[in-house]
Design a protein around this ligand. Structure first.
Ligand SMILES: *[C@@H]1O[C@H](CO)[C@@H](O)[C@H](O)[C@H]1NC(C)=O
Ligand SMILES: *[C@@H]1O[C@H](CO)[C@@H](O)[C@H](O)[C@H]1NC(C)=O
Ligand SMILES: *[C@@H]1O[C@H](CO)[C@@H](O)[C@H](O)[C@H]1NC(C)=O
Length: 451
């Protein structure tokens, strides 16, 4: 065939297939949905893949103290029930809409939705998901690669100190972290202390009666979220979502939240699959839902009320005490590695106690636009599943210094030099209230009666 003739043919083929290709362009593929899953973000989007050995010239590494949020889990029974009862109805309605040529979903998105059924049962509530196990194994492996001297692959009961709260998801997270360090066989022999109901270091807020009354159970704490849900940004997002799904009436915020949560969990718990429910959202819709979550966590677990972060001194004091033991020459043989497994509520209060991710402005229902892209308080990044905070102690020419890592990346604590190790003495001064004045009963009022 002649060259020009062949080109003509190709051009012709393109012209007839192009409209078909265009009409089949699926909107959800171009949307970065996974960046806005709030506290249901799986750790694989947060990971720092650089796990080369961390070395500071002239410094010896002494200890690591770290605190880890459990890995990806299943939802609460309340949410599982809604997924099982409400979503099949919505699925059928959306498929029906499509048949009537309503809505903007492509064939592929509709097919995925049609094939969807709930894969989670109430018995799974809040259990660690398989993805969560992998997150912990891999997190441990990377930390071991960075700090092989203090996280050796040989287990000894005296040098490793693990602890978790009294829940399946933190116990299993701890177990899988030790699989990552020592391998499956040895991990079975790792000793854990018996978990404490309302652990005063790992879950201090459960003991803080004043916080529970004034913040956690106070409806006012949710008012910024509520007002935002009734505001213009949410109203526009709901209209957009309804239009995309082919509804002539706007769907309720309750239904939309279930779609958002299901999209988030289904992305989180299965890295091979994609949730068909995510196709309901554009990336900018996702940002609106993400902000509702940021507002809620800001006012309940963050900077909203000072009691929330003031009470978070016990873990800081625990870390400092482990580190200050190095100032005493001789002394008892001590743990080189302390690793605690806990919950979102602890991680966020601790971040706020340390003064990290504090925006200049308060998060409000009225400032979504100004806080929009630049806010620091973004739970998708700072409080994903498997979130972790690590303090690493070094001795550099007789001076004790600390490296602080959040989500495996160095962070600068207030008062510390930028991009350098922070002298332990600076931390002692900066957090002296936490170390000496951690009067929990004074901050929190009377302790609740133990069950
Ligand atoms: C990886 O991490 C090491 C240790 O923190 C650092 O020195 C190095 O520059 C990093 N490499 C890259 C490519 O970022
Ligand atoms: C491990 O050490 C703890 C004290 O830190 C002790 O209570 C426990 O019995 C030890 N477990 C084993 C198996 O040696
Ligand atoms: C904490 O906030 C309360 C109420 O807003 C205020 O009265 C109190 O002085 C604050 N306490 C501290 C230590 O900042």
């Amino acid at each position: 065939m002649e060259q020009s003739c062949r080109w003509m043919l190709i051009l012709f083929m393109c012209l007839i297939t192009l409209p078909a290709l265009l009409s089949e362009k699926c909107f959800s593929r171009s949307q970065k949905t996974h960046l806005h899953l709030a506290t249901k973000t799986p750790y694989r989007y947060i990971t720092n893949k650089n796990d080369s050995v961390v070395h500071y010239p002239g410094c010896n590494i002494l200890q690591v103290w770290m605190i880890v949020r459990h890995g990806t889990r299943y939802p609460s029974s309340k949410i599982i029930r809604k997924m099982r009862e409400r979503l099949p109805l919505l699925r059928d309605l959306v498929v029906q809409n499509h048949k009537l040529k309503r809505g903007k979903l492509c064939k592929e998105e509709i097919a995925a939705l049609q094939a969807w059924s709930p894969h989670v049962e109430e018995a799974d509530e809040k259990r660690l998901a398989h993805e969560g196990e992998d997150e912990m194994i891999q997190l441990a492996e990377r930390f071991q690669n960075r700090f092989p001297q203090i996280l050796p692959d040989i287990y000894t009961n005296s040098t490793f100190k693990f602890r978790h709260t009294a829940t399946q998801r933190t116990a299993e997270s701890a177990r899988h972290f030790t699989v990552g360090l020592f391998g499956r066989r040895v991990s079975r022999y790792v000793w854990f202390p018996e978990a404490i109901y309302r652990d005063p270091v790992l879950r201090f807020y459960k003991l803080c009666q004043k916080w529970r009354l004034e913040v956690d159970k106070n409806p006012h704490s949710l008012s910024e979220r509520m007002k935002f849900e009734e505001g213009p940004e949410m109203s526009a997002a709901l209209k957009d979502i309804s239009f995309r799904l082919g509804f002539s009436e706007t769907i309720s915020i309750g239904d939309a939240v279930i779609l958002y949560i299901t999209c988030s969990f289904e992305i989180a718990w299965d890295h091979r699959a994609h949730s068909p429910w995510c196709a309901a959202f554009s990336e900018s819709n996702m940002k609106v839902f993400e902000y509702t979550e940021d507002l809620e966590y800001y006012w309940i677990d963050g900077y909203g009320y000072n009691i929330t972060y003031r009470q978070a001194c016990p873990p800081v004091k625990d870390m400092m005490q482990h580190f200050l033991a190095e100032e005493v020459p001789g002394g008892e043989p001590r743990a080189q590695a302390v690793v605690y497994f806990t919950h979102s509520g602890t991680i966020l209060k601790l971040l706020a106690h340390l003064g990290l991710y504090k925006d200049e402005n308060v998060l409000l229902h009225t400032n979504f636009n100004t806080m929009g892209s630049y806010r620091k308080w973004r739970v998708s990044q700072i409080d994903s599943f498997g979130s972790n905070l690590a303090f690493v102690l070094f001795r550099c020419n007789k001076q004790l210094k600390v490296l602080t890592l959040h989500q495996e990346r160095p962070v600068t604590l207030p008062g510390c030099p930028e991009a350098e190790l922070c002298p332990l003495n600076v931390l002692k001064e900066q957090y002296k209230e936490s170390l000496n004045g951690c009067n929990f009963e004074h901050i929190c009022g009377l302790l609740p009666k133990t069950a």
